[in-house]
Design a binder for this molecule. Sequence first.
Ligand code: ADP
Length: 291
Amino acid sequence: MELIIDNLSKTYSNGIKALNSVSLEIPTGMFGLLGPNGAGKSSLMRTIATLQEADSGTVTLNNLDVLEQKNEVRKVLGYLPQEFGLYPRISAEVLLNHLAVLKGLTNKKERKEVVNALLHKTNLYKVRKQNLGGYSGGMKQRFGIAQALLTNPKLLIVDEPTAGLDPVERNRFYNLLSEIGENTIVILSTHIVDDVKELCTNMAIINEGTILLKGNPLEIIKETEGKVYQKTIEKDELEGYKQEYKVIAEKLFLGKPIIHILSENNPGNDFKQIESSLEDVYFSQVFGGLQ
Ligand code: ADP
């Protein structure tokens, strides 16, 4: 299985260029599309999910033309949008069963088997009789995955799924996705670097509709290898450092700012060279240094 996106562009009627000649090759496994809000991630996800048109370019899933053969694609596609509504007053089991009927699973015995298997897979079996309105954020997301898996998709698209999940829920969700990614193309769009770092074998960084970097996370980390330096400073020095250096990250440790800067050469001034991280690459690419 391979999804090939070639030169995909989209400009909205308000003149915003959401996708600018995007080209990506996405094999089976977990693929992370990392970018800040407004980067064009949802526009790309919706286009691949056959929900919106592109102006130019092609998308191919094995031998299917995704932009033309929409109905064929929908049979092998699972999609978890950024926001989705759930009927709060019915249980996961009832809604999943109902959605399975809509997807054409008309044989009752077979349908029950599929629904139960998905409830087990997403760890919702014990709470299957509870109303969805009482589910936590993580449970809702896992229900979203369960419904997206009803058609046994070859391509699963999840748009910003971990926002608002607590660390335990996030971990459980990661495990679920990575299991699915063993034999499915899973595209995870996110602005959270950890999502990609922990899960994805391949990734791309997108900003302003343009793919800035693509590859596996280890290759991408090499982008800033040997160029990241760290220093603990005083709070009132921060502005001065920002003027003088290309500050790509700042965080507090025991109340004091620790800054990361990008520099081709050793900057001296008590800066210590550190190992490059995906965060450093991401922030240096997308924000080009914090101002
Ligand atoms: P992301 O998912 O990375 O946050 P989006 O694809 O939602 O990014 O948006 C990319 C850009 O396109 C943003 O500037 C957004 O405001 C704009 N945009 C998104 N959808 C529409 C639309 N339907 N009409 C006009 N502009 C849009």
